[in-house]
Design a protein around this ligand. Structure first.
Ligand code: ZN
Length: 145
């Protein structure tokens, strides 16, 4: 199978989770905490249902207990003690702690973890030029009398 024909497994669920995370962030900025919680909860449910992993950096910004987006100063408290970063959710008081050493890196950030990069960006010839209308096939069904 060539690189051009390879399919991304779970691409639609990744796109949906990305969209829901953006919605969750935006609704929290607008002060709609309940909507933000619902979107992040839905995102986690989609990842569980489709058995897709969420990026660790994104996963760390969501409370495990109440699925609230953790924004320092707004929905969580952040403290650095004994080379660990501790996040405390202000809603459910759940605690998360991570290692804060200089040489520490996640497994997915290491060089050996990246096997292949699939590029799904649209090729330049497929993007229509501005001012130039794209020719389309007639898709409107004709009524036969
Ligand atoms: Zn919480």
């Amino acid at each position: 199978m060539s690189k051009a024909t390879k399919k991304c497994v779970g691409k639609e669920s990744f796109l949906r989770m990305n969209y829901l995370y953006q919605l969750s962030t935006l609704s929290l900025k607008q002060g709609q905490q309940t909507a933000s919680n619902a979107y992040s909860n839905l995102m986690i449910n989609i990842s569980k249902k489709s058995v897709q992993r969420i990026e660790p950096t994104i996963k760390r910004t969501i409370c495990k207990t109440c699925n609230q987006l953790l924004v320092p100063g707004q929905t969580c408290r952040v403290r650095i003690k004994n080379k660990t970063i501790k996040y405390v959710c202000t809603i459910c008081n759940a605690k998360k702690s991570y290692i804060a050493r200089k040489d520490y890196e996640l497994w997915c950030d290491k060089k050996g973890a990246l096997v292949e990069v699939l590029d799904y960006s649209m090729p330049a010839k497929c993007i229509p030029e501005e001012g130039k209308e794209e020719e389309r096939e007639e898709t409107i069904p004709k009524i036969i009398t």
